[in-house]
Design a protein around this ligand. Structure first.
Ligand code: NAP
Length: 225
């Protein structure tokens, strides 16, 4: 029997492609989005604001009791903001940390005891180039810093999870071919961007038999951009 997977940001550009991919592959999915609750196209959607630590903890405690086979989480929530060092004040910084880091951290913290008890578990986190290449963060400082926290979180999970069957991978897309990106960069060559389906396939590889052997994995899905 295929295991169950939690997918956050499931209604987003990347999220919907990931949901489709894992649905095709026959996984039991628990999707989090802020849209409607219930069963949508065969997938159980829950409306949870992932910036709210107590709500996240309550939801995941109940879910892991209901489905002990939940041993993987693909954490896709994220948001982007422009702004260099001089423009980025504390509020702008906090907003990005909340949306990019807290939304992942609260889920990791809530699932970790269950993964330990279950003898293992897998997290997939979404990074970005400004999160580890400072030259790419010059015009999006808060975004870059918040994604750097996500990258480091994966490393801490891997250090903690060694010998416990717990691991974290980071998937780093360049520019995803989304309607929003096309609208904000109309003159770009879209063919160089990464289709969300390609990233979903890369994430899926982590769940295959050879993919299960990887540890401390960082997958850069850049295509030509
Ligand atoms: N787009 C790119 O070019 C690009 C490049 C590199 C990395 N990334 C990263 O890839 C990931 C996916 O990007 P995307 O373009 O697919 O994003 P997206 O379409 O904006 O989707 C974001 C998802 O997160 C959900 N979300 C936002 N705030 C939430 C909250 N507080 N609680 C629960 N859910 C929340 C959104 O739900 P609602 O619809 O309800 O808001 C939506 O489902 C992000 O981590 C992003 O940083 C994107």
């Amino acid at each position: 029997m295929k295991k169950s997977i939690l997918i956050t940001g499931a209604s987003g550009n990347l999220g919907s492609a990931v949901v489709r991919k894992f649905q095709e592959e026959g996984y039991t999915l628990y999707a989090i989005a802020r849209g409607p609750e219930g069963l949508i196209d065969g997938v159980q959607f829950a409306n949870v604001d992932l910036t709210q630590e107590t709500a996240v903890g309550d939801y995941l405690r109940e879910l892991t009791q209901k489905d002990p086979e939940l041993k993987s989480a693909i954490l896709l929530v994220g948001a982007f903001a422009l702004g260099g060092l001089k423009e980025t004040d504390g509020a702008a910084l906090e907003k990005m940390i909340k949306l990019n880091f807290h939304t992942a951290y609260y889920v990791v913290r809530a699932l970790l005891p269950h993964f330990e008890q279950a003898g293992g578990g897998q997290f997939v986190l979404i990074g970005s180039r400004p999160g580890f290449q400072p030259q790419d963060a010059v015009h999006s400082v808060a975004y870059g810093l918040s994604k750097a926290m996500v990258h480091y979180l994966a490393e801490v999970i891997n250090a903690y999870g060694k010998g416990k069957g717990i691991r974290a991978s980071v998937v780093i897309p360049s520019t995803i071919d989304t309607p929003q990106n096309r609208e904000s960069m109309p003159d770009a060559d879209f063919s160089k961007w990464v289709p969300a389906e390609g990233i979903a396939d890369a994430i899926y590889f982590l769940f295959t038999e050879p993919g299960q052997l990887l540890r401390e994995t960082v997958i850069k899905v850049y295509h030509e951009s």
